[in-house]
Design a protein around this ligand. Structure first.
Ligand code: SF4
Length: 87
């Protein structure tokens, strides 16, 4: 019984630490974008805050580029991935 309790506590601890890591990566990315000068960086930071998940596939820019919310006021000025710009 004691071993089961320890295992559960360890699992809960690992889940909390993983959540904190995800939040930290997200906040650092938003901070890095938002502290740059100009409106471009603020739009990028807002889109990043809106849609970016560090554990999903693709960089923040690719995830923002894949946004499908056409009713959002920032949709037409959101960041585009460099890959699509070249093609
Ligand atoms: S354009 Fe998309 S990612 Fe950017 S703020 Fe709007 S809904 Fe969010």
């Amino acid at each position: 019984m004691m071993l089961l309790q320890i295992a559960i506590q360890q699992w809960v601890f690992e889940v909390i630490m993983e959540q904190n890591k995800r939040s930290r990566i997200l906040f650092e990315t938003i901070d890095n974008l938002a502290c740059k000068p100009g409106l471009r960086s603020k739009i990028d930071a807002k889109c990043c805050e809106c849609i970016y998940d560090p554990y999903q596939e693709g960089t923040w820019r690719i995830q923002v580029d894949n946004c499908t919310s056409m009713t959002c006021p920032l949709y037409w000025v959101r960041a585009k991935s460099f890959r699509k710009k070249d093609s």
